[in-house]
Design a protein. Structure first.
Ligand code: IPM
Ligand code: MG
Length: 362
């Protein structure tokens, strides 16, 4: 099982190191190879997604990704910005199906920004389409004023676009995922305003007819944002486009206590996947050893389950994470009075210890 390891920028290296520690202790036949990505790759090779990195990613069974981005690259031309690395990987590998589970661990109900009773037992799954929509639609660009007097662009535009097959395949992913859990799908759109999302709604409805065992409903994105903070447990699977999914998944993440807890998987049609925490590179805390590595560790668990067919190993990681939370260990982002504050490495070590302890017992 070949894994491309792409730590990237900011806290990326620190959190990926902890996930690798956890993977190593599981003693699986994994072949790990690292490569440069993001701003650090731009600094070293002049491109955020160097050819060699893309090649390694293509040839791997799975990709473990940290994070990319730093304010210092904000002035670069768009094609050289660190974010282009992750967008390029998603597009080149056809990773259209993004799974963003938002699970609130019982031990963390207090860390949520919502009242404990609203999030206790929360387990929802956001399925975000990842290779279409306004993120990739053409044409896009900026128009400079003809008289050249105005220093910047006078007008800018992006194209929101979805094709029927793109919507069909993500809808199938959502219905099939719902089958394995609460059997409900909420499709989030803006069909009251946008043609793109009228098509979305129509196609999801059509695909839904092939899944009579799944209850489908539709919700406008603004209402979905409201419902997510009002009664998040009312959702089971949410399926939506790239842009709305980006926004709603950050909101959902916070319900669970911290975005530092949320893993994600991005899969293509052959189940090859990229696994990354839902959070970013957090340059403000990079190198300080305080970042929460659990989202990345949980992403490694998703990788074992989805791409490497090792569900037991995935279970072991997930119960170890739950065990360290029960021990009261908390990184700064989820810390509250009465718990024990730990750094990135201590948190990783604790997960490793919880896994090895389980092994000797069984
Ligand atoms: C995410 C991030 C990315 C996105 C950025 C870094 C390009 O916000 O994975 O949610 O917008 O998709
Ligand atoms: Mg985002």
């Amino acid at each position: 099982m070949k894994i491309a390891v792409l730590p990237g920028d900011g806290i990326g290296t620190e959190i990926v190191a902890e996930a690798l520690k956890v993977l190593k202790v599981l003693d699986l036949p994994l072949e790990l190879e690292s490569a440069d990505v993001g701003g650090m790759a731009y600094d070293k090779h002049g491109h955020p997604l160097p050819e060699a990195t893309l090649k390694l990613a293509r040839e791997a069974d799975a990709i473990l990704f940290g994070a990319v981005g730093d304010w210092k690259y904000d002035k670069l031309e768009r094609q050289f910005r660190p974010e282009q690395a992750i967008l390029g990987l998603r597009k080149s590998l056809g990773l259209f199906a993004n799974f963003r589970p938002a699970i609130c661990y019982e031990q963390l109900t207090d860390a949520s920004s919502l009242k404990p009773e609203l999030v206790s037992g929360l387990d929802i799954l956001i399925i975000r389409e990842l290779t279409g929509d306004i993120y990739f639609g053409q044409p896009r660009g900026r128009r400079i004023a003809p008289d050249g007097n105005f220093p910047g662009a006078e007008e800018a535009f992006d194209t929101m676009r979805y094709s029927r097959p793109e919507i069909e395949r993500i809808a199938h992913v959502a219905f099939q995922a719902a089958r394995k859990r609460g059997k409900r799908v909420t499709s989030v759109d803006k069909a009251n305003v946008l043609e793109t999302f009228q098509l979305w709604k129509d196609v999801v409805t059509e695909v839904g007819q092939q899944y009579p065992d799944i209850k489908l409903d539709h919700m406008y994105v603004d209402n979905a944002a409201m419902q997510l903070v009002k009664a998040p447990k009312a959702f089971d699977v949410i399926v939506t486009g790239n842009m709305f999914g980006d926004i709603l998944s950050d909101a959902a993440a916070m319900l669970t206590g911290s975005i530092g807890m949320l893993p994600s998987a991005s899969l293509n049609a052959s189940n090859q996947g990229l696994y990354e925490p839902s959070h970013g590179s957090a340059p403000d805390i990079a190198g300080k050893g305080v970042a929460n590595p659990l989202a990345t560790i949980l992403s490694a668990a998703m990788m074992l389950r989805f791409s490497l067919n090792q569900p037991q190993a995935a279970d072991r990681i997930e119960s170890a994470v739950s065990a360290v939370l029960s021990q009261g260990l908390r990184t700064a982002d989820i810390f509250s009075a009465g718990s024990t504050k730990v750094g990135t490495r201590q948190m990783g070590d604790a997960v490793v210890a919880a896994i090895t302890k389980k092994t000797t017992k069984s």
